[in-house]
Write a protein that binds this ligand. Structure first.
Ligand code: C2E
Ligand code: CA
Ligand code: CA
Length: 677
């Protein structure tokens, strides 16, 4: 009997097995009796059935893969039946099994040949090929030849007719793919490669094929199809190119640059001798050009600039556009720092000639930051960040120059970042204080006004002066809520003092306002709202603005200052004389007072011409209906001279530093001989 028979009890233990079954699985009958029938199943599969399942069971046919004693597998067809006693209760199970290897193999072959048939059918549109491996002859269909631009008779029948036309760069890959299929690692041949057409151009083809074995199982032929995928490849390559290049300039983009930089970082890590450098380049005043000539000219400048930058490079170096007017250069493999500065010099030089953009000729300059890399960096972003920091330094030191990144810049940047984080919390945590510095009438030295000067009670660094954090607050926009806070609290304080110490005219307060605050659309509304809330008369408030406010976006600011003046709030130009404004220009603005900068007061003791400058300012201010305050008065001598010049009010350490509210109140007590309370 070629049919195996096994009888098991209800727990699956083998009670009987015939020699055919034992042989089929590589055991003897004796070895199997008493074992579990799961010995035939691949490990972990086929759990024994439960008693309930067996009771319900009718005959059960299935095809499974069994394992032999030596671990090889064996496809079998099984038929199981339950043996029952007189009451119909199951007592045992009989299973017959049949080796179906031959049938399974035949079915697989059928499937393969169906696949081949499908390939052939597709070959009607595609090219067909059939390669006889025994004598290396190659049948190529007319369509195959036509795809490459040949007539049927123009191509012979050796395999070289195909492989000889494959692009040299793709030959190895194709060979490997063929070998993989012949040796059974790949179920079919599937290859995309370039192939030369009759006109010498290459086209991309996709090639699929299957091996056909002879009776002994040896590969005899390989046959398949070839289709033209040039268009798809082109689209793919365009997508790939677009993903890594800047659309405007065609240069590498940030992503590609980061990839290349990562490679340089890797090289430097492996070899101590390899160094590289990154140059971060930012156009100076690009925004001005963009705003005045329009974006299309801005774009043209960027394209032209990209071209000039490329011309500055050595082979192997890369220039990329980071976005906006920022470019970045990677110098791969340099020897010393001067190699990088030399390129920076070359870039500067390349920008000296004007750019011709249509009918316009424009000059451009750039600020450049250099970061030198050796084994000290891990990530591309770190190098780029440092080069960027150095670029900022170059820009702040006066544009059109380059700076090399150093450790100190990094520490500064880190400290600044920490400060910013702290500053954002400072207001919520109530760490801001207002100090008050008196402004006195020059003749009587009585206090007419307090300038509110903000301080920050930093949890670890102690009391910080505004010079440390106001610039940061302006840059980050924190100045807006900070300014509102100062305004409200200073006004409240003055209301309190006005009630305690009545005087005629009433005590006033002077609050500093930065340009960023003025440009808030709701600035005036907010000031008026605050005055109403705290109950301060508008003419008790002075706002100190710098000349910059008058110069930048002058038109909108004229309107803002006019609204303030209409509401009765006085406006004062702080640090007068340090900016660009001329006195003649000032009359356009509703300004009440000029505060002469400390530097002029300092110079009073020196040459006569310094006295003359102040005299001129005071004379002209008076002619324009403005009053004058001198700040930074530290000596009796300065005070006397200012008095002689008929300056109205003075402020400075001679009278008092800025002090906290309690000390300021003391000053008021001394100043006003008769407090009302
Ligand atoms: P500023 O408005 O020019 O304020 C005058 C600065 O000169 C104050 O420094 C003051 O303490 C100092 N000073 C006064 N008298 C003398 C003197 O006789 N000799 C010397 N050497 N210095 C004197 P402070 O308080 O450090 O303020 C610095 C700057 O911070 C201020 O300059 C102002 O521009 C800004 N600032 C202060 N508080 C605020 C604020 O609440 N908002 C805004 N936007 N800026 C503020
Ligand atoms: Ca001021
Ligand atoms: Ca000032």
């Amino acid at each position: 009997m070629q049919i195996g028979v096994t009888i098991t009890d209800l727990s699956g233990k083998i009670l009987y097995v015939n020699p055919a079954e034992a042989n089929m699985h590589g055991w003897t009958t004796e070895q199997l009796i008493g074992k579990s029938a799961s010995i035939f199943a691949p490990s972990g599969e086929r759990r024994p059935m439960t008693a309930d399942q067996i009771r319900e069971m009718r005959s059960w046919q299935r095809e499974v893969t069994n394992v032999r004693r030596d671990g090889t597998t064996l496809p079998v067809s099984l038929l199981s039946d339950v043996v029952r006693d007189e009451d119909g209760e199951p007592v045992a199970m009989v299973t017959t099994s049949e080796d179906i290897t031959v049938r399974v193999t035949a079915e697989k072959q059928l499937r393969d040949s169906e696949e081949r048939y499908a390939l052939a059918a597709r070959g009607a549109q595609d090219g067909l090929w059939d390669w006889d491996l025994t004598d290396d002859t190659l049948y190529l269909s007319p369509r195959w030849k036509e795809m490459l631009g040949y007539q049927d008779g123009e191509i012979g029948s050796t395999s070289d007719e195909w492989f000889g036309r494959v692009h040299a760069d793709d030959r190895d890959a194709l060979d490997t793919e063929i070998r993989n299929h012949l040796e059974g690692y790949a179920s079919q041949l599937s290859s995309e490669h370039r192939i030369r057409r009759r006109n010498g151009e290459y086209c991309w083809v996709s090639c699929r094929g299957l091996v056909v074995t002879d009776a002994a199982g040896k590969p005899a032929r390989m046959a398949g199809s070839m289709s033209d995928i040039t268009e798809r490849k082109g689209a793919e390559q365009r997508l790939f190119h677009d993903a890594f290049h800047d659309a405007l300039t065609g240069l590498a983009n940030r992503a590609l640059f980061a990839n290349l930089l990562k490679r340089s970082i890797g090289h430097a890590k492996r070899s101590k001798l390899r160094r590289y450098a990154v140059l971060f380049i930012d156009l100076d005043r690009f925004k001005v050009l963009n705003d005045s000539l329009g974006h299309s000219y801005g774009d043209r400048l960027l394209v032209a600039l990209g071209g000039r930058l490329e011309a500055c490079l050595r082979p192997g170096d890369t220039v990329a556009r980071m976005g906006g007017d920022e470019f970045i250069i990677l110098l791969d493999d340099i020897i010393e720092a001067s190699d990088a500065t030399r390129v920076a010099d070359r870039v500067k030089h390349a920008l000296e000639a004007p750019f011709t953009l249509g009918e316009h000729e424009v000059f451009a300059s750039a600020s450049i930051g250099i970061a030198l890399g050796s084994a000290n960096y891990e990530e591309p972003d770190d190098v780029i960040r440092d080069a960027d920091l150095a670029m900022y330094r170059a820009k702040s030191r006066g544009k059109g120059r380059y700076e090399m990144f150093d450790k100190e810049m990094h520490l500064n940047a880190v400290a600044l970042l920490q400060l910013e984080t702290d500053l954002r919390r400072a207001m919520d945590r109530g760490e801001l204080r207002i100090y008050y510095q008196p402004i006195v009438m020059i003749e009587t030295k009585t206090i007419s006004c307090f300038e509110a000067l903000v301080r920050w009670e930093h949890p670890t660094r102690g009391l910080l002066s505004p010079g440390v954090f106001i610039p940061l607050a302006e840059e980050t926009g924190i100045i807006v809520p900070l300014g509102r806070w100062v305004l409200e609290h200073a006004c409240r304080q003055i209301v309190e003092w006005q009630e305690k110490f009545s005087s005629e005219p009433p005590l006033t307060v002077s609050v500093n306002v930065s340009p960023k605050e003025i440009s808030q659309p709701d600035f005036v509304d907010n000031v008026l709202e605050t005055l109403k809330t705290v109950g301060l008369r508008p003419d008790s408030l002075k706002l100190e603005v710098t000349e910059g406010v008058l110069m930048e976006s002058a038109e909108t600011n004229v309107a803002v200052l006019r609204r303030l003046a209409d509401a009765g709030i006085r406006v004062l130009i702080d640090d007068f004389g340090t900016g660009y404004s001329s006195l003649s220009y000032l009359h356009r603005f509703s300004v009440n007072t000029l505060k002469i900068d400390r530097s002029f007061v300092d110079a009073l003791a020196g040459a006569d011409e310094n006295v003359e400058i102040i005299r001129t300012i005071i004379t002209l201010a008076r002619a324009l209906g403005m009053t004058v305050i001198a700040e930074g008065v530290e000596t009796e001598d300065q005070h006397r001279r200012l008095m002689a010049l008929e300056c109205e009010e003075v402020q400075g350490f001679l009278f008092s530093k800025a002090v906290d509210a309690r000390a300021a109140e003391e000053l008021l007590v001394q100043s006003r001989s008769r407090p009302t309370k």
